[in-house]
Design a protein around this ligand. Structure first.
Ligand code: SAM
Length: 253
């Protein structure tokens, strides 16, 4: 339940909690058709390496062992496609995202890649998943959780739908901790990324939001605490690329 007057942040703006999701949805409706191209341009292709590292940690079975992945805020399906390629015949992924435009791009990509029998796409909210308790062998969320208004609810839902013994993995932008790199990173984030967004998607504001939302996301230690509070054990994280990105994990016992 949202308390009357409760606020949160949308980038650097304070907004009523109930308005954040609509604003986030506008961002991804606006950029959906160019989302994958923008990821390559903004990260210089690095997002591919970060996502591959997530799949290495996920380590889906290479044989016929049944394995069901839930990829929340999965957008155009990148994580699920990578996992499907790494996995054996028992693998199946469900991409769950709140944005129909992102999902539609994902569905088309699945057909083009002949992965539509391995990956399906479901519209839904991370805060209120329409899946039964203990129904998945792993839960991934990549560059998604900072967009969710009530992160604590999303984490509780992740815990609920995971089978005992299975893994929660979250890839998210983090806090650069290398002296010198932080200045270059700030300059690139605030000057270059919104400009690339303007040229490629005609929408600089959406990319301004994306870089601001990264700065507002909890620091790794605090986010690990939130993961523990949701019930997960062994909440941990691994920094990548000087802290640009962190891979968080937790296990449901
Ligand atoms: N995981 C994909 C990737 O790594 O390429 C997409 C990440 S994209 C930056 C963030 C996604 O989060 C968008 O597709 C957006 O629609 C989705 N999203 C935002 N709020 C959500 C929510 N409450 N529930 C589910 N998805 C949400």
């Amino acid at each position: 339940m949202t308390e009357p007057g409760e606020t949160t942040h949308f980038g650097y703006r304070d907004v009523p909690l109930q308005d954040k999701q609509t604003l986030v949805n506008d961002v991804f409706h606006s950029v959906a058709s160019r989302y994958d191209l923008m990821n390559d341009l903004m990260s210089g292709g690095m997002h591919r390496l970060w996502k591959d590292a997530m799949i290495t940690t996920l380590n889906p079975p290479r044989d016929d062992t049944p394995f069901r992945l839930l990829d929340v805020a999965g957008g155009t399906g990148d994580i699920s496609f990578r996992a499907a390629k790494a996995a054996g015949n028992g693998f199946h992924a469900t991409v769950c995202d709140i944005n129909s435009d992102m999902l539609e791009v994902g569905r088309q990509r699945a057909v083009q890649r002949h992965l539509d029998d391995k990956v399906d796409f479901v519209e839904g909210n991370a805060e209120e998943l329409a899946f039964p308790d203990k129904s998945f062998d792993a839960y991934t969320i990549a560059f998604g959780i900072r967009n969710v208004p009530r992160i604590d609810l999303a984490l509780k839902e992740a815990y609920r739908v995971l089978k005992p013994g299975s893994r929660f993995l979250c890839l998210e932008f983090s806090a650069v901790d290398v002296p010198g790199l932080n200045k270059i990173y700030d300059l690139f984030s605030f000057k270059v990324i919104p400009e690339i967004g303007r040229v490629v998607t005609g929408d600089a504001d959406s990319y301004q939001y994306l870089v601001e939302s990264i700065r507002k996301f909890p620091k790794p230690y605090d986010f690990a605490e939130m993961i523990s509070e949701a019930g997960f054990h062994r909440a941990n994280w691994q920094m990548m690329s000087g802290g640009i990105v962190a891979l968080h994990s937790g296990r449901r016992l």
